[in-house]
Design a protein around this ligand. Structure first.
Ligand SMILES: Cc1cc2nc3c(=O)[nH]c(=O)nc-3n(C[C@H](O)[C@H](O)[C@H](O)COP(=O)(O)O)c2cc1C
Length: 311
């Protein structure tokens, strides 16, 4: 919810009104539901001020209206203003894209979001997120993962069914299925070293070593039934990169592990593909509301130096 208020200061009250509005902006900055609050002074007519306020939703606006500092400010308006402020409310229709969050900010602000607004995801942003997901590292750089992006109503309905009716697939405009490609080593992968050679990242000696050893490594995994486990790691780290990249672009996600694998595969046309395993589903969209952080157990229970404590 966006409100714009025009205020006209009484003669001689310009500075006092400026200070009052600046203090109001500083106090509002601590409200969790306040997305923007801007105080402007007219360049040619310094008695004229404009306040532009943006709240996440009606509840956030009601919280602002009930704040004691707002009540105090409103009580002072008759002394400072020539007339009651003129108020108008707006809906956002276009805006500059927000600056991307830093990695630490994205990590701290990310939450598993289960409810989404119906607004679509900008296709250019989605393409960038997919590119960043594929920039994730993988074992031997073998990139044993495949991503299926589902945006159609029909596809999301099928995924809703596959996830037992969870709201994410129903509401989020984009679902991405992260697949582990468990048999990738049986197919031609020479493009990987051709690219590394072209980038001057790998020497000819390393390429010869890589081609032989990575194959032997994958065959050893196959022999001990660990191909799926290894490919799932590659798919999961790509999903993690995707989730953080989305957060940094102001989008919300939820990782999802609650699904029936056969139904997910059927939804994406992979029911015959025994070589693929579903690693994770990730919903992507604009959050309908930001969940509160559930918190984490203290590091003392999860992080140890050099050795685990005696059990
Ligand atoms: C591998 C994995 C699978 C998850 N599966 C689901 C799921 O199926 N449905 C769901 O609503 N949330 C799912 N979550 C989200 C977790 O419940 C959530 O991350 C956790 O409660 C912590 O909340 P936070 O991410 O907001 O910090 C999953 C998270 C992970 C990492």
């Amino acid at each position: 919810m966006i409100f714009v208020a025009d205020l006209h200061a009484r003669e001689g009250a310009e500075d006092a009104l400026h200070q009052l509005l600046a203090a109001l902006a500083a106090a509002t900055a601590d409200e969790p539901g306040a997305l923007a609050y801007s105080v402007r002074q007219h360049l040619d007519e310094p008695a004229r001020f404009q306040v532009s306020e943006h709240y996440r939703d009606r509840a956030a606006w009601e919280q602002h209206m009930a704040a004691p500092y707002l009540r105090e400010a409103l009580d002072r308006f008759p002394q400072l203003l020539q007339a009651p402020p003129s108020l108008a409310s707006y809906a956002e229709r276009a805006t500059l894209p927000p600056a991307p969050l830093s990695v630490p900010e994205a990590i701290r602000q990310r939450r598993a979001v289960r409810h989404y607004r119906p607004d679509p995801v900008d296709p250019a942003v989605l393409d960038e997120l997919l590119e960043l997901a594929l920039a994730a590292p993988s074992s031997w750089n073998l990139q044993d993962r495949q991503l299926v992006v589902v945006t159609s109503e029909q596809g999301r309905q099928a995924l809703t069914h596959a996830t037992g009716g969870q709201p994410q697939a129903q509401e989020a405009p984009v679902m991405v299925v992260f697949l582990a490609d468990c048999q990738a080593h049986t197919r031609d992968r020479s493009d990987i070293w051709t690219q590394a050679r072209a980038n001057q990242a790998w020497s000819e000696d390393f390429i010869a070593f890589f081609a032989a050893q990575s194959q032997a490594f994958q065959e050893a995994l196959a022999a001990r039934g660990a191909l799926r486990e290894y490919a799932i790691k590659d798919a999961m780290i790509a999903a993690s990169f995707f989730i953080l990249a989305a957060q940094s672009r102001g989008l919300a996600t939820s990782p999802m592990n609650g699904w029936d694998e056969a139904l997910v595969k059927r939804a994406i046309g992979a029911e015959q593909r025994d070589d693929l395993a579903v690693a994770l589903l990730v919903s992507l969209g604009h959050a309908a509301a930001q969940p509160l952080p559930p918190g984490r157990r203290p590091a003392a229970l999860q992080v140890f130096r050099e050795h685990l404590p005696p059990s």
